[in-house]
Structure formats: C-alpha cells, structure tokens
Design a protein around this ligand. Structure first.
Ligand SMILES: *Cc1c(COP(=O)(O)O)cnc(C)c1O
Length: 392
C-alpha cells in the first residue's frame, strides 16, 4: 500500500476483547500471569509475552511494530526520548577502546554524549564533515566501529548521502552506520532502505507531531534491536511509557498529510526569506543553490519543514525578531503542527564552543525555524513584520 495508507493501517492493533476502534492504552506496570510455569518461562523469554512494562507493553509494541514497518526494519524499540534512543543504540554497538566517527553538525546533546561522556569510558572519536564521504573514509582507524550521521543535520540542514556512505563502509568489516533521521521523519526518508544499519528518531518531533509527548525510537535488524532492548534499554531504563506510545500511534496517522504541508509551507517561507532585505542567508535543502539539494532530492521524498536563517544585525536583530513574532512561538523543539523559532547558538547548540559553531556555519545571528502547518501566508506575514522592525 501507499505510505498514506500505511501510516494509518500498517500493524494496527485491534483489541481482541472489545474490538475498540482505537487501541486501548495498556496503562499498567505489570501483567497477571496464569500459572507458575508460564511465569518462569515468560520472565526468561521477554519477547514471548508481557511480564513487566519495562520489558514490553502492548501499547508500546504497537508503536514499535508500526515504525519497524514504516522504516523497513526487522524490528524497532521505543524509548523515553530521542536521546534515550541515541544513547541506547550507540552504547549497544560500542565497547571500551573503540573509535567512533560523527558529523560536525549534530544535535547538541548528542554532541555532548559523544564528546563529554563516552571518552570517559575509553571511546575515541573523530568529528568529520559527513557530507564528504572521502573525509569519513580518511578518518577510519583499525578500531573504528561506528559512524554516526544526522541528516538533515540540526540546525544548518546539511545533507549527507546515506547510500554513498554505506557503500563505502561495506569495504570495511564491522563498522555500523547509525543515522539520526529525526528531521525527515519516516515519511520523507528511510535510511535502512538506503543501506544504514540503524535509524534513530526523536519521536518528540514529527512522529508525534503535536508537541505533547517526549519519546524516541530505534529501528534496524532484529539481532541489533534485541541487543538494544536486552540488556541495554532494560538496564539503562529509558523505556517508552504506554500513554506516550498511544499518543505517537495517533500522531502517526496524520504523518503523511502533515509532512506534505510542512514541506509546502517551508518552501514558500524559504523563498520569501531568501529575497528579504534583512536576511543574509537561508539554509534550506529545497533551494536549488543549497549544497545538499541534489542529494536531498535523491534520498528524500520532500525537503522537510526545517530551516535556519542568518539575519542581518547579529544577536540584537535576532532578539527583536524573536520577541516580535506572533504566529511563530519562541520555543525550542521542532516538528509540531505549529511554527516555532529558536536561536541555535545559545539554545540547542550551546554545548559547542563558538569556534566549533562558527566552523560549521552556526552563526550568532542565526535563527532556526520549524515551519508548521498553518496558512503559509500568515507565517510569511508574521516573519515579514518582525524582520521589518529591524529597518526602523
Ligand atoms: C530533538 C532531537 C534529538 C533529541 O530528542 P529528545 O526527544 O529531545 O531526546 C535528537 N536528534 C535530533 C536531530 C533532534 O532534533
């Protein structure tokens, strides 16, 4: 079936007792087991039934099966947040003495995990421009076990070629490719189908879509997902809760229509901003002069709803714009039905040094827009009136 049908119908859970149209929320921490021998068996085989909600829960399972299906993975693991997915996936793939390679533009807390926490457990790292496959290749060492790529990358929307990277890594034995596909959602891009080993999402963003749940998900081969689940997720404990999973399943049903509208609106906003007097530069992969345009066109169904914008006048100009928008909300996060604006250097990417930020075009006068699904004209008018205040 087509993906608009799949987001609604694929792996849909129908309650066997009542036939409830929307699956019930299994808001329970434990499950009553029928007899001693079954209890012993299920406690030792957590994939064979439900025992305790940290090991598995039917509401969470519906979400996991839907994401595995949509991403083309054998299985998926729901988590309490995007960082829960990233830390669980990465920790399950590395050991002391390993070397990891990751992109020079990635989510702020992922950067902190890789540069502040993992080194104290004996993990070496190299930061490279992952839009350059040769740069990744050049950074590979005998102990490299993981390449981590975010595409489109937060916040300047750099696009890395998943297929080319995975092709190059196939020449090596045992280097896994993990892709953070949060900015694309399973609607716009499916990294596993392009050769990645594991895909991670912050489901807080487009998958949920309404800004009312914090969650994440990992998808990939069953063997790897089993390992993520047990022992890693079970021991770290960043499990998804049943109510959050239920919200995500409902959010997913509108993913296709939401993403189409996000893409349409973002393209209109990007074109408008590109010709505005008070704007220096728009970073949006849907603009043909963007360096990621061709690769994005090849590996994505659309260009997405995210962009960054360099405003003339630095931080003072940013302050004026952010304090005066009326339809956009001043909020971090992204992928909601409503439009959001944030300042990457002081908010999402505060963990990088100014030198690190400037080297990858995260400039002080830059805002990041999460373009929502409101009327495009209203969004454009809102940004226009706020930017025009800078001329006074
Ligand atoms: C938000 C985000 C994360 C972290 O997700 P949380 O749900 O906030 O933990 C990771 N990667 C990207 C690209 C994000 O946008």
């Amino acid at each position: 079936m087509g993906i608009s049908t799949d987001v609604i119908h694929a792996k849909r859970y129908v309650d066997p007792v009542t036939g409830s149209h929307v699956a019930p929320i299994y808001q329970t921490s434990t499950f009553i087991l029928p007899d001693f021998d079954t209890a012993v068996y299920l406690n030792q085989h957590i994939d064979k039934g439900y025992v305790y909600s940290r090991f598995g829960n039917p509401s969470v399972r519906e979400f996991e099966e839907k994401i595995a299906y949509l991403e083309g993975g054998e299985d998926a693991v729901g988590t309490a947040s995007g960082l829960g997915a990233i830390s669980t996936a990465v920790m399950s793939l590395i050991k002391q003495g390993d070397h990891i390679i990751f992109g020079d533009v990635i989510y702020g807390c992922t950067f902190a995990l890789f540069t502040k926490i993992l080194p104290s457990f004996g993990i070496e790292y190299s930061i490279v421009d992952t839009t350059d496959v040769d740069a990744i290749k050049a950074a590979i060492r005998p102990n490299t076990t993981l390449v981590y790529v975010e595409t489109p990358a937060n916040p300047v929307l750099k696009i890395s070629d998943i297929q080319e990277i995975s092709k190059m890594l196939k020449e090596y034995d045992g280097i896994k490719l993990v892709v953070d596909s949060t900015f694309a959602s399973p609607y716009l891009q499916n990294p596993l189908k392009l050769g990645a080993d594991v895909v991670v999402h912050s489901a807080t963003k487009y998958i949920g879509g309404h800004g009312n749940v914090t969650a994440g998900v990992i998808a990939g081969p069953k063997e790897l997902m089993d390992r993520c689940r047990m022992p890693f997720l079970q021991c770290f404990g960043a499990v998804l809760d049943p109510f959050g999973a239920w919200q995500l399943v409902n959010g997913l049903k509108t993913l296709a229509v939401r993403m189409e509208k996000h893409c349409d609106n973002a393209m209109k906003v990007a074109k408008f901003l590109q010709q505005h007097d008070m704007v220096d530069k728009v970073y949006y992969p849907g603009l043909p002069d963007n360096p990621g345009y061709e690769v994005a066109k090849k590996q994505m169904r659309g260009f997405g709803g995210m962009m960054s914008v360099d405003i003339k006048g630095g931080v003072d100009a940013v302050r004026t714009v952010m304090n005066n928008v009326k339809v956009f909300s001043l909020a971090t996060s992204l992928g909601n039905v409503d439009s959001l604006i944030q300042h990457s250097p002081t908010m999402s990417h505060f963990d990088m040094t100014p030198e690190q930020r400037h080297a990858v075009s995260i400039f002080d006068g830059q805002v990041r827009l999460s373009v929502g699904i409101e009327d495009a004209d209203d969004l454009i008018e809102d940004l226009d009136q706020a930017l025009n205040l800078l001329k006074k």
